[in-house]
Design a protein around this ligand. Structure first.
Ligand code: HEC
Ligand code: HEC
Length: 166
């Protein structure tokens, strides 16, 4: 369904909107510039940053994009694949975790999940105040989150499972 003509149309349209496409923020690292320069010409970087996949899958994708006309030689394709795997790999821990995230995850995986599925947390959307109320209520059920960690946990929950902005 994606014939050559269609790709050229994508190309033409995309070049016209290039500055906008580049605006997508990428994490710092070896290969960032390469991705910004060579991958944002035909589409935004949104499909890139929303993927999490293995090195093999990234490699395959980069090869496919080169087939579409992305300008990368073999060595650049390798750098791009390495960068993408490091920052958008299957394993979220590829991104360094902050100490706060670590503490929050320990509570969620270790304590919160002992009474109910973590899916219940992920499917809940609440404001910071809403999460504070929930965590306070869970503490009433003996969740045992220390006073100091309540803030850390509530910040974490509100930043990931906040109210839907739509
Ligand atoms: C010459 C144009 C062009 C360039 C340059 C280009 N792409 Fe693409 N890309 C496309 C087209 C066309 C599609 C949609 C067709 C498809 O999905 O196979 C696409 C789709 C994608 C998708 C979504 C497809 C999926 O499997 O989810 C990702 C991710 C992607 N490109 C990443 C990249 C990366 C990374 C680079 C730089 C190495 C790049 N693209 C450079 C044309 C391009
Ligand atoms: C001792 C068992 C227990 C622990 C530990 C626990 N919960 Fe709960 N949780 C419950 C029960 C029982 C309910 C259902 C009753 C209720 O909503 O008060 C519930 C309900 C919830 C709900 C849905 C309620 C709503 O208002 O939407 C969320 C979200 C939640 N818990 C999050 C957490 C988090 C986050 C933690 C870790 C800080 C946690 N829970 C720890 C027992 C627990």
């Amino acid at each position: 369904m994606f014939g050559r003509t269609a790709i050229w149309i994508v190309l033409t349209v995309a070049f016209a909107t290039l500055p906008m496409a580049v605006a997508q923020e990428l994490p710092e690292g070896d290969g960032k510039k390469l991705i910004e320069e060579r991958c944002a010409g035909c589409h935004s970087l949104k499909p890139v940053v929303s993927l999490k996949q293995s090195q093999a899958a990234w490699k395959e994708l980069v090869v496919k994009m080169v087939g579409y006309g992305a300008q990368l030689d073999d060595q650049e394709a390798e750098v791009a694949t390495g960068y993408l795997t490091k920052h958008f790999g299957p394993d979220a821990s590829a991104k360094p975790e902050t100490p706060e995230e670590k503490i929050a995850k320990q509570y969620i995986d270790g304590i919160c999940s002992s009474c109910h599925d973590a899916g219940l947390i992920r499917s809940t959307q609440a404001t910071r105040q809403g999460w504070l109320d929930i965590v306070t209520r869970m503490n009433g059920l003996d969740a045992g989150v220390s006073q100091r960690d309540v803030d850390i946990l509530v910040d974490y929950l509100a930043s990931r499972y906040g109210p839907n902005k739509d």
